[in-house]
Design a protein around this ligand. Structure first.
Ligand SMILES: Nc1nc2c(c(=O)[nH]1)N[C@H]1C(S)=C(S)[C@@H](COP(=O)(O)OP(=O)(O)OC[C@H]3O[C@@H](n4cnc5c(N)ncnc54)[C@H](O)[C@@H]3O)O[C@H]1N2
Ligand code: MOO
Length: 415
């Protein structure tokens, strides 16, 4: 039997079970507002969106060329050119038998015409054209309603609006859109040793990196972040910070002070002010993650170790915010890849080791760790493009093992 992880504790929940608890604890906070399309990117749809029009709205050409009656086309035989059709400038006249219409991409198909011949297959001379091919009805015609019919749903409530969704909304003619109001998240770091980046360090001090990384991750989720700065390891100051945060925000996120040290006041204040749902998970890094309820808000207490705070933000806080904010969450994509280096692990906690996923010369997925996996090593996150997810009961692994890999999402600058 492999030696157990020093920090594992029997009975601790896995991240998936913790998330179920977090989802089950709260109903989504749904508040709707309407914004112009220009302001909708990054927001979450509050409505199902149906198309008020067929798409395409009319039969049209997908090529520059000639609109013809397919049955009239004989290779090498001339057809008269009856006129020209442009996108936005249709040719609506009757086309005499034995004639065709010069047509541009996107132009409505003239009446009685049923196919398009690309101009590369045509030889025009004066007001006549000969074709080097024969065609069947429908060639290069985009038919009305072939993408979708009027009334059909194009986007679902809860969808985060990115460039593709903006394109769809514009395509179906929405100049304004109903979106969910963003969640407000209050954020602070705790620790006497923390100094804002840009200032000189005294002995024993370190820079407060977590607040900056976490603020970035939360903002990238669309949350409105209220940054309350660094709070000293002092019971009264931690208390005051919690009071302010709880007044201002839907969710309070803290960094540090959640383990068992003598200056870890978060638990003391949470016991006074609120209710702890759970504290500590079978996860590495991030074991001391805490979740609970304050009088007006939800509380996520992240461990102070920088990688632990980012991993728990990614795996727990971000999905929780999506649930609370009414956003549809896509299941994280997991892939199987061949491990190319050795992994050290003891059974006891589900681990999220940082990895670099790539393809070998045969196109097979392979992954290597970013090297040492200390919870304090922020560069292990910046050098990675994925998590290597290792099950709780698993031990170390040798090169060649098949491992489960979770590519980073866009919030972490994913693949
Ligand atoms: N006796 C035990 N000690 C520890 C345990 C344990 O179970 N028993 N758990 C360890 C684990 S796992 C973690 S993770 C950390 C979490 O501790 P805290 O959340 O209480 O965090 P701190 O003690 O405040 O700090 C830990 C570490 O991270 C640095 N830090 C803190 N805040 C920041 C920040 N904003 N930016 C950059 N770095 C930060 C801090 O200086 C410490 O080095 O506890 C273990 N200990
Ligand atoms: O879980 Mo701690 O997060 O190992 O460093």
């Amino acid at each position: 039997m492999a030696q157990q992880d020093c920090c594992s504790q029997p009975g601790l929940m896995l991240p998936a079970a913790a998330l179920e608890k977090m989802y089950g604890a709260c109903e989504p906070l749904i508040q709707v507002e309407e914004v112009a399309l220009e302001e909708a990117v990054g927001r979450v749809l509050a409505q199902d969106v149906c198309s008020a029009i067929d798409l395409p709205g009319f039969d049209n050409s997908s090529m520059d060329g000639y609109a013809v009656r397919a049955a009239e086309v004989v290779q090498g035989q001339p057809l008269a050119i009856a006129g020209k059709a442009f996108a936005g400038l249709p040719f609506d006249d009757d086309v005499p038998a034995g004639a065709c219409v010069r047509i541009m991409t996107g132009a409505p198909l003239p009446p009685q015409m049923d196919a398009i011949i690309m101009q590369e297959e045509a030889d025009a001379e004066g007001d006549q054209v000969r074709f080097r091919v024969e065609v069947e009805p429908g060639f290069f015609v985009r038919h009305r309603g072939s993408e979708l019919k009027q009334g059909q749903q194009v986007l679902a409530r809860g969808t985060r609006i990115g460039a593709a969704e903006i394109g769809v909304l514009a395509t179906v003619g929405h100049g304004r859109v109903q979106v969910l109001k963003p969640l407000t998240v209050a954020l602070f770091s705790t620790g006497d040793e923390l100094v804002p980046p840009g200032q000189p360090l005294q002995a024993g001090q370190i820079y407060d990196s977590n607040r900056h990384a976490l603020r970035t991750m939360l903002q990238a989720m669309g949350a409105q972040v209220i940054d309350l700065g660094v709070i000293a390891d002092d019971l009264e100051q931690v208390r005051d910070a919690f009071r302010r945060a709880d007044e201002l925000a839907d969710v309070v996120v803290t960094s540090g002070g959640v383990s068992v040290g003598e200056a870890d006041y978060i638990k003391v204040v949470l016991d006074e002010m609120g209710k702890i749902n759970f504290w500590k998970l079978a996860i590495k890094p991030g074991k001391p993650f805490a979740f609970g309820k304050l009088p007006n808000s939800w509380f996520c207490g992240l461990p102070g170790n920088p990688v632990s705070s980012m991993v728990t933000c990614y795996q727990l806080v971000q999905p929780f915010l999506q649930h609370l904010g009414g956003e549809q969450r896509q299941q994280a994509l997991t892939l199987t890849a061949t491990l190319t280096d050795r992994i050290r692990k003891k059974p006891g906690r589900q681990e999220y080791q940082r990895g670099v996923l790539s393809r070998d010369s045969d196109g097979q997925l392979r992954v290597e760790t970013t090297g040492a996996q200390g919870s304090d090593m922020t560069t292990s996150m910046s050098r990675a493009n994925c998590f290597i997810v290792l099950a709780r009961d698993e031990g170390g692994l040798e090169p060649g093992a098949q491992v489960s890999v979770e590519p980073f999402n866009q919030v972490l600058g994913g693949l």
